[in-house]
Ligand binder design. Structure first.
Ligand SMILES: CC(C)(COP(=O)(O)OP(=O)(O)OC[C@H]1O[C@@H](n2cnc3c(N)ncnc32)[C@H](O)[C@@H]1OP(=O)(O)O)[C@@H](O)C(=O)NCCC(=O)NCCS
Length: 182
């Protein structure tokens, strides 16, 4: 896994030592509200940092100025390899919202996907109620191509029933990317 760089960020593989920064945001209810997991405690964050350090889908996003890990981007190939389709996802620490860091990190990962991996199509999905996420996908020039009716759940009721939710799906194609960078 290589190291990606932007004006303000370094985007790199996770390491086991990242658990404290990961805990800082994954321990917050508001952050995991739309994620398929609940808040993490310290031990779970330690395990998660190790897991991510061995998984090419998770990119740690760090501030250049002080190396602080402020969030992560998820980038994983989907379906048959020949269709050259990846999915992007992201979770950031609320202390760093509203500064364009998620946009900057995701744009760099899209660039990596299209220009280095040869992606044909990159998708992003979000719960329609998650306005910050749909706004981010739109800032990335991704096009909303579908509103799916309750295809997934991320949380269950206390008696174990799935809480199904709708999903928007967005995409950006290689031609969109290369036209936007002309
Ligand atoms: C989704 C998420 C990453 C979006 O965070 P965000 O802070 O809104 O996104 P960015 O870091 O790109 O910042 C964009 C904001 O900074 C502002 N901004 C400031 N400087 C900026 C710059 N240099 N470049 C771009 N935007 C800038 C933008 O105007 C925008 O503000 P607005 O929403 O008031 O218009 C964040 O809400 C999150 O982590 N949520 C929890 C996890 C989650 O739900 N993940 C998605 C599951 S599908």
């Amino acid at each position: 896994m290589e190291i990606l760089e932007t004006e303000r960020l370094i985007i790199r593989r996770f390491s086991a030592e990242d658990w404290k920064d990961l805990y800082e945001y994954l321990s917050q209810k508001s952050v995991v509200k739309y994620e398929p997991y609940d808040v993490y405690n310290e031990d779970a964050s330690k395990e998660e940092a190790i897991y991510r350090s061995q998984n090419d889908a998770f990119w740690a996003v760090c501030l250049k100025e002080n190396n602080k890990l402020i969030g992560n981007v998820y980038f994983q190939q989907q379906g048959s390899k020949e269709f050259l389709t990846w999915e992007i996802g992201y979770v950031f620490n609320p202390a760093y919202y509203g500064k364009g860091y998620a946009t900057e990190a995701c744009k760099r990962v899209l660039k990596y996907g299209f220009e280095q991996l040869g992606a044909h199509r990159i998708i992003g999905k979000c719960n329609p109620e998650n306005t910050p996420s749909s706004r981010l996908l739109e800032r990335l020039l991704m096009i909303r191509e579908g509103h799916f009716r309750k295809p997934a759940y991320s949380k269950k009721t206390i008696d174990g029933k799935a809480i199904w939710h709708d999903a928007y799906q967005y995409s950006i194609l290689e031609e969109d990317w290369f036209n936007s960078t002309k």
